[in-house]
Design a protein around this ligand. Structure first.
Ligand SMILES: Cc1ncc(COP(=O)(O)O)c(C=O)c1O
Length: 371
């Protein structure tokens, strides 16, 4: 396991080694260590202390929580928003609050574990359609004509960086009277004209019967989950969700960092432009090296291998050459082994070229033995 001895930026100190180039994690806009976020987090820490030590429904709701929720709603172009302890809870909260609207669940077979963990235990029917395959989903929907379906998927898949076919899923949802939930943990701040995620990417922003669960712990650079939507939905979460109402409110520095990040993202759209440029540069280089990967435009770039030992070997070779990119085989079901490279807007061109150069060296030196 990698043990960090520093915060995450474009470089990192890990396993007591000198600084390494960091192409891991989900710090897409490079904000996790941004000086302005840190400064505002410290300010809030001094004003409010470490923890409000109360749930949102009793005495845990502070002025800055409300300010953050207002900002998130504005950022998302929605009426209202709620924040809660972690993005992981978001799917569970939505599935619980929308429970009256569905009696069967159709999930992509590669969904994140926060979705499978979030499925209520009293659902009579849960079916998994083939990964990113709307035709298979439609077959399953057709085979359950009497059910009230709910379709659920990652927006950007956590391991592979693929964008789910949300436009086609939404058409099917409309056709079969289904509710659609998209877990946009990796798409918030990344996809769509304003960084509002996969629905915006597919021009489905604010479409009816489409819900998103999101997090501030990745591109936004802070921590904690959120859901934005119309007044009815958000009020229902405030009233009914014990995950929201009965768990300790997000801590002050986290709330302040979230607020600060949203302002920064709004003021600096070039953060996303740089992210996209870096992504293109790295993806192009990786394609030129003929690694097995996904095509697409997201900053999660998987290198696929048939054997676990090949992925682990490459990850170790990268680390020996000053680069962190982990070999991962969790938390989704997959038969392939992945070195998961993630790119950020704070990476320099030199770092990206160094990564490509190192991948090329590995290819030339070792790859023939493994295939
Ligand atoms: C698709 C997906 N959903 C939800 C989460 C959980 O979000 P959080 O880490 O903010 O709890 C993650 C990863 O952490 C994720 O990859």
């Amino acid at each position: 396991m990698n043990i960090l001895n520093s915060g995450v930026g474009r470089t990192i100190r890990v396993n007591d080694k000198t600084l390494l180039s960091y192409f891991a994690g989900n710090n897409y806009l490079g904000l996790a260590n941004n000086p302005l976020l840190v400064k505002n987090a410290i300010k809030a820490l001094k004003k409010y202390g470490v923890n409000f030590a109360a749930s949102r429904r009793t005495t845990g709701t502070s002025d800055i929580h409300l300010e953050l929720e207002k900002s998130l709603a504005e950022y998302k172009g929605q009426q209202d928003a709620v924040v809660f302890a972690s993005g992981y809870m978001g799917n569970k909260i939505l599935l619980h609050v929308l429970r009256g609207r569905y009696d069967s669940i159709f999930a992509d077979s590669m969904v994140h574990s926060s979705i499978t963990d979030g499925i209520p235990c009293d659902i009579p029917q849960v079916k998994y359609y083939e990964h990113a395959n709307p035709s298979h989903l439609e077959e399953l929907l057709k085979a359950s004509p009497k059910s009230r379906p709910l379709i659920i998927t990652d927006g950007i898949f956590a391991l592979t960086g693929e964008i789910a076919p949300v436009d086609q899923l939404y058409s099917l949802a409309q056709k079969y009277g289904a509710t659609l939930i998209v877990d946009d943990a990796h798409a918030t701040g990344v996809l769509g004209e304003n960084g509002r995620g996969t629905p915006e990417h597919f021009h489905l922003d604010n479409a009816p019967d489409l819900y998103q669960s999101e997090t501030m712990s990745k591109a936004i650079g802070s921590y904690g989950g959120f859901i934005a939507g119309n007044h009815g939905l958000i009020e229902a979460i405030r009233k009914k969700s014990t995950f929201y109402g009965a768990s300790t409110a997000l801590p002050p520095p986290i709330v302040a960092a979230g607020l600060s990040s949203l302002k920064l993202i709004e003021k600096h759209p070039e953060l996303r432009t740089t992210l996209m440029n870096n992504t293109r540069m790295l993806r192009k280089g990786i394609e030129d090296l003929a690694f097995s990967t996904t095509t697409g435009s997201t900053p999660i770039i998987p290198l696929y291998f048939k054997k676990k030992q090949t992925a682990v070997h490459l990850s170790q070779f990268l680390e020996e050459n000053g680069i962190v990119a982990p070999a991962v085989d969790y938390p989704v079901k997959t038969s392939q082994f992945i070195v998961r490279i993630t790119v950020s807007s704070i990476h320099t061109e030199t770092q990206i070229q160094h990564l490509l150069q190192t991948l090329k060296q590995w290819r030339e030196k070792y790859d023939t033995h493994h295939h």
